[in-house]
Write a protein that binds this ligand. Structure first.
Ligand SMILES: Cc1cc2nc3c(=O)[nH]c(=O)nc-3n(C[C@H](O)[C@H](O)[C@H](O)COP(=O)(O)O)c2cc1C
Length: 386
């Protein structure tokens, strides 16, 4: 029976060859927001992976909106030129659609990359850090930097930055934009009652708190060509008492659908201290996607410890989600989609230069891995070549 995971899916005017999505993965390796040689290696390996879509890491729409000084950005001509070149380079050998996650770190900006956290959480002004901005002037904890509360002019500026970054993303050649409205960054901070204490129309009840993220999403949708999909990473639950719930995620997803978003991906947590995590095990956030997809009737991606091809297949086959995003498993093994396809009895195109490494071209390897060869496969094309 054909695999469900390796069935195409259409998002706006774009058809993905399969439903394996490379999750955005911050690399903290940019300089003033500009991609570095590391990104060529990082994205280059993913471009060979056979996934249906690769989504670039959280990319800041302004320098102030970077999580760390090393975050990728799309706020300057230099940032745009580097990403244009990077996309052109990977396109020379891969037709994989490329997406970019646009982000503003809100009150969690000016922090250190994970590998420097032993030096402390924040980057001080003396070290090149900056004052973050957020919906309300409350720090994550008293030790964190206190953000400046965005006023009406500030909100307009941030919205405009998202729009400018979306236009740049189009010019770079990105096929998809994913808006980051999760993980405790600015747009999530607006959504959550734990972080939004505003008394203007951008605070208050859920619809008030969703207003700014929805305005940003609408503005991006208007600025990015209609045939190119726009999705949103939302929060399934804050996992902190008094925070966002899964019912709130359904409301948000319904509103996002109304304004033309092509998919949502519910993730969770990290907006405030005191999280009470459920057991973190394979597929621990799939139920978010399942409920959001069913109740908001929007195309939905899921994420979170999906390591095994059969697990990913089951999620799609049972209709719990339409796509699966893979993070750490694909960093660990950037050929994950090749092996998943083989494990599920499918065949996907691999780069011609590497074709001879795949079981269907290498009978002994196929035998060791128990791969049943199909008619015409297992033929050594160039037995005397090397
Ligand atoms: C190194 C690393 C960087 C990440 N960067 C981002 C990011 O830029 N944007 C985002 O939404 N999630 C980010 N995440 C979360 C992943 O995209 C993913 O949601 C999470 O790791 C759970 O999926 P997994 O179990 O398949 O890794 C990151 C995770 C890791 C491990």
């Amino acid at each position: 029976m054909p695999s469900h995971l390796f069935t195409p899916i259409k998002l706006a005017g774009l058809t993905l060859k399969n439903r394996v999505i490379i999750s955005p993965l911050c690399q903290f390796s940019a300089v003033d927001g500009t991609a570095s040689p590391w990104h060529w290696a990082h994205i280059g390996q993913f471009a060979q992976s056979g996934a249906g879509l690769c989504i670039f890491e959280a990319t800041a729409v302004s320098a102030v909106g970077r999580i760390t000084p090393g975050c990728l950005g799309l706020y300057s001509d230099a940032n745009e030129a580097a990403l244009t070149k990077l996309l052109a380079d990977v396109r020379s050998f891969s037709d994989m659609p490329m997406g970019i996650q646009l982000d503003h770190a809100g009150r969690k900006a000016s922090t250190r990359p994970t590998w420097d956290l032993h030096k402390g959480q924040f980057v001080s002004d003396e070290e090149g850090g900056w004052t973050p901005e957020g919906p309300s002037p409350q720090p994550f904890t008293p030790e964190w930097r206190t953000p400046i509360e965005l006023d009406a002019e500030g909100l307009k500026r941030v919205r405009d930055k998202f729009v400018e970054a979306a236009r740049r993303a189009d010019r770079c050649g990105f096929d998809v934009i994913e808006i980051h409205a999760a993980h405790g960054y600015l747009l999530h901070e607006f959504c959550s009652p734990l972080t939004n204490h505003r008394i203007d129309e951008y605070g208050g009840d859920l619809l008030g708190r969703l207003r700014f993220p929805l305005e940003v999403a609408s503005a991006i949708r208007a600025a990015f060509p209609a045939h190119k999909p726009v999705g949103v990473r939302i929060t399934g639950e804050d996992w902190v008492e008094g925070g966002l719930t899964l019912d709130d995620a359904v409301v948000f997803a319904k509103e996002l659908k109304k304004i033309g978003m092509d998919y949502v991906i519910p993730s969770a947590g990290n907006v405030a201290p005191g999280m009470k995590l459920p057991p973190v095990k394979p597929g621990y956030m799939v139920h978010f996607a399942e409920k959001v997809k069913r109740e908001a009737e929007i195309t939905t991606m899921t994420v979170g410890m999906i390591f095994e091809p059969q697990h990913a297949e089951e999620i799609i086959a049972s209709g719990k989600a339409d796509m699966v995003a893979i993070g750490r498993a694909i960093m660990d093994n950037p050929r994950w989609p090749w092996h998943a396809a083989t494990a599920l009895g499918e065949r996907i195109e691999t780069p011609k230069q590497y074709a001879r490494s795949s079981p269907q071209h290498w009978p002994a390897y196929a035998q060791v891995h128990g791969v049943a060869l199909r008619e015409g496969e297992g033929v050594m094309s160039h037995p005397t070549r090397e």
